[in-house]
Ligand binder design. Structure first.
Ligand code: OSB
Ligand code: MG
Length: 377
């Protein structure tokens, strides 16, 4: 049994190095929650991927704080898990709120790996998977004020060495932007992410992108839709990748079975934690569907978890896992994640997450901090 002594929550706000615009809004400062869990004197960290506003998901920093503090922490104190894989079952009486759930589960994976003296990568891999040492990464570029500025940024990231470029699109900022970018970087793997900004009646727009050699079109239709994506996918040679629509193994199975996508973006926060993320990975692998690791503008804490997850074998496409300096300067961790010349990030080898949080930096960005002690101990 994991003996949980206490759990601390930190509501943080940290400025991005550049604003990040998607079809659902602009983020200038990332708000999030960090959870610090202590079990038997071992400290583990988890980062919540919910944002301040309910743009990408209905979850927000405020709803996640509420659900974590009022329901999830008490559930764990009442019935502590023997290992992290039991946590989804402990949280089963809370519907939804996957990002809140994933925050705590992450910290327990960090602790469990440390307790057996393994990196999170090796702990996830166990004897079941051959894990990578480095993960191939891409960059996700937000909507820019002008097409010229977008092309400039794309070329800049290509020159740094990012081997896959993703650009955000929205109605009015789509075909012309994609054509201009494609012309500027012929041959470079390129994809678009619509974050659910379109409907089936826009099928013709996506057909017009068919000759731009896109790697995939990410989440063109509704955040809760799977069915209409299958109708769109039937009209396109370009693979559709689902992000927002996939919240569970059941969603993944359904989407694969009806042909709604040929690729799935896995975000551990969106599917309710690492246990479910690994299960989605497995289902996709069994069905020949490649996955890649999505990002939510995480600090180094969340990034370390993503990088370990992306070391699994069916993460066959570059993830939205850029170097720390593409997001925050400085990151909350030191050393930061650095971009390798071969287009990869190195998976940490230290025990647990294998990254070092800088306490003074955390203090500087913390808006609220609360400690929950386990009175049952
Ligand atoms: O749709 O993948 C997305 C960021 C916030 C919310 C949703 C998304 C994104 C990104 C950024 O695309 C990925 C990253 O962290 O680099
Ligand atoms: Mg996306």
């Amino acid at each position: 049994m994991m003996k949980i002594e206490q759990i601390e929550l930190f509501h943080i706000r940290i400025p991005l190095v550049a604003p990040f615009e998607t079809s659902f809004g602009v983020t200038r400062e990332r708000e999030s929650i960090l959870a610090r869990v202590m079990c038997d004197g071992v400290v583990g960290w988890g980062e919540c991927v919910a944002d301040a506003a309910p743009g990408y998901s209905y979850e927000t920093v405020t709803t996640a704080w509420h659900v974590i503090s009022e329901y999830l922490i008490p559930a764990l104190f009442a019935d502590p898990p023997a290992e992290p894989r039991q946590i989804p079952q402990r949280f089963a009486r809370v519907r939804g709120h996957n990002m809140a759930k994933a925050t705590l589960e992450a910290a327990f994976w960090d602790i469990a790996a440390q307790q057996v003296g393994k990196s999170l990568r090796d702990y996830i891999g166990a004897d079941r998977y051959t894990m990578r040492d480095r993960v191939v990464v891409g960059v996700s570029i937000g909507i820019q004020p002008t097409t010229e500025r977008l092309v400039e940024r794309v070329v800049n990231f290509r020159d740094i060495g990012y081997t896959r470029i993703k650009i955000k699109i929205k109605p009015g900022r789509d075909l012309d932007d994609v054509r201009a970018v494609r012309a500027a970087i012929p041959g470079v793997p390129l994809m678009v992410d619509a974050n659910s900004a379109y409907t089936l009646s826009d099928a013709n727009l996506f057909r017009q992108m068919e000759d731009l050699d896109l790697l995939m079109i990410e989440q063109p239709l509704g955040p809760d839709d799977i069915y209409e994506h299958s109708k769109l996918q039937r009209q396109l040679k370009t693979p559709i990748c689902l992000d927002e629509s996939i919240h569970s193994v059941a969603d993944a199975r359904f989407a694969i079975e009806i042909g709604a996508c040929r690729i799935i973006n896995i975000k551990q926060g969106r599917v309710g934690g690492l246990t479910n993320a690994i299960a989605v990975h497995d289902v996709c692998a069994e069905n020949g569907i490649p996955v890649w690791c999505g990002g939510m503008l995480e600090t180094g804490i969340g990034r370390a978890l993503n990088v370990a997850l992306a070391a699994l074998p069916n993460f066959r496409l570059p993830g939205d896992l850029s170097a720390s300096n593409r997001y925050y300067n400085p990151d909350l961790i030191d050393p930061p994640f650095e971009f390798n010349a071969d287009g990869t990030l190195t998976v940490p080898t230290g025990h647990g997450l294998g990254v070092q949080l800088v306490t003074e930096r955390l203090d500087r960005v913390t808006l609220r901090r609360e400690t929950y002690k386990n009175e049952r101990l």
